[in-house]
Design a protein around this ligand. Sequence first.
Ligand SMILES: NC(=O)C1=CN([C@@H]2O[C@H](COP(=O)(O)OP(=O)(O)OC[C@H]3O[C@@H](n4cnc5c(N)ncnc54)[C@H](O)[C@@H]3O)[C@@H](O)[C@H]2O)[C@@H](O)CC1
Ligand SMILES: Nc1ncnc2c1ncn2[C@@H]1O[C@H](COP(=O)(O)OP(=O)(O)O)[C@@H](O)[C@H]1O
Ligand SMILES: [K+]
Length: 460
Amino acid sequence: MKGRVILTAGEMRAAEARSIAAGTSVETLMERAGQAAAAAIRRFAGPMPALVLCGPGNNGGDGYVVARALAAAGQDVRVAATGEPKTAAASAARAAWGREVHALADVEPAPLLIDSLFGTGLTRGLLRDAAAELEALAGMARITAAIDLPSGISTDDGAILSPVPDCDLTVTFQTLKPAHLLQPAARHMGRIVVADIGIEAASDLHEIARPRLAAPGPESHKFTRGLVTVIAGGMAGAGALSAGAALRAGAGAVRLQAREPVHGVAAAIIQTPGDPLDRIDDKRIGALLLGPGLAPDDEGRALFEAAAGSGHPLVLDAGALRILADGAALPAAGPTAILTPHEGEFAALFGEDGGSKVERARAAAAKVGAVIVYKGPDTVVAAPDGRAAIHAATAHWLATAGAGDVLAGTIAAMRAAGMAAFEAACAGIWLHGRAAALAGPFLIADDLIAHLPAACAECL
Ligand SMILES: NC(=O)C1=CN([C@@H]2O[C@H](COP(=O)(O)OP(=O)(O)OC[C@H]3O[C@@H](n4cnc5c(N)ncnc54)[C@H](O)[C@@H]3O)[C@@H](O)[C@H]2O)[C@@H](O)CC1
Ligand SMILES: Nc1ncnc2c1ncn2[C@@H]1O[C@H](COP(=O)(O)OP(=O)(O)O)[C@@H](O)[C@H]1O
Ligand SMILES: [K+]
């Protein structure tokens, strides 16, 4: 599955402009948005007394439509605004509401709060009084719903510009926006509904969705399912986690190459202790994973050089990324490598500046000509050709040692099974997140491995 489309604020404005140029007025779009939002809110919250907070722009305009639609359905609705509308469409929507509009500063709370103050047009934080009013009213509501985005959020990078209410529902239009999935904004969304307002939207940025995996057939054998070689570093436990994950994610064969025997791993993992580079010229290797447990010392660098020169599809994590940051080079030609940095490794490799997490991941991928898996509570994947995808992690129990080693092994299994680098990364991230959800609270990295088969089975 390809996953839902994500547009930035500018891309959404451009799509809206194309739609308007093709004959659909902004008033029509606003009417569709407000009606769809009202319907979604009614389905979610039922007919509770509602208070709609309307801002000065078109997000506020949507709010007046929502209020009219809820009132038409018989709901008890009040509206409060920060001031007069500043756009013609929002003014028309307020006129069509036709009832009293309270001042935000002295409005009574309601059990259902609808935040229609600011959407994709917000460029700076809300004024202190408005932010405080929003926070207080949300605190007194039983349910808070946001129109397009909770107010106080920067659409494209998910930054918090002023205090943001914790919403139970966010209704957005036509596509997701980056802030719906990127932290720190994403935690405020609640359930996200994407309403169709009839705008054509295409993008090379998607949400990561459940992948499709193939079950083995009569023609399959272990090497057609994929051979993963994990070159273990000095801390062999990390390599063991990666190897276990690769095997449980469906690799036909996994070699764990360490100097010493690694105890406590599945007997099905192939070990020939001694030279970690043993059989590295085996043409059947579908993914070569280097980095977990690897120290950035002379031996680490030698292993890196050998792996980089092997011509196999590479998955580079942890210590291998440190070695890369210290000046080692990726192969100039050959299969696209996958790099899986967390925040610290990403900063060491590519610096800390450069816009949103998506923009930074894209620039990094273009710079090194590899697929970048920029991990964290939100994970962004970017390819050198500009494609990118965001995974909105909900399984925060993944914040545990070794989770990254499991991810690297899972991605290696997808790569060895024949997926292209970008698709393999996306598939591995989805499976990893799903395994975490299945493993549940207080999971440890080993539990992820045990739950990978169930996650994979959902993809057949
Ligand atoms: N793009 C589209 O296709 C559609 C957009 N719609 C709605 O329109 C919204 C975008 O509308 P706008 O572009 O008018 O933007 P907003 O309604 O988000 O607000 C922007 C307005 O507030 C001002 N502003 C920005 N930050 C401020 C701050 N901190 N304090 C005070 N004023 C501030 C801006 O100068 C501008 O006048 C979307 O979020 C969505 O709700 C819908 O009407 C349907 C169609
Ligand atoms: N708070 C969080 N919520 C969801 N996922 C998280 C969170 N923190 C970390 N993760 C995920 O867990 C994994 C941790 O990887 P990494 O930082 O390399 O840890 P380690 O090196 O200990 O294995 C990554 O896949 C990351 O995206
Ligand atoms: K809003």
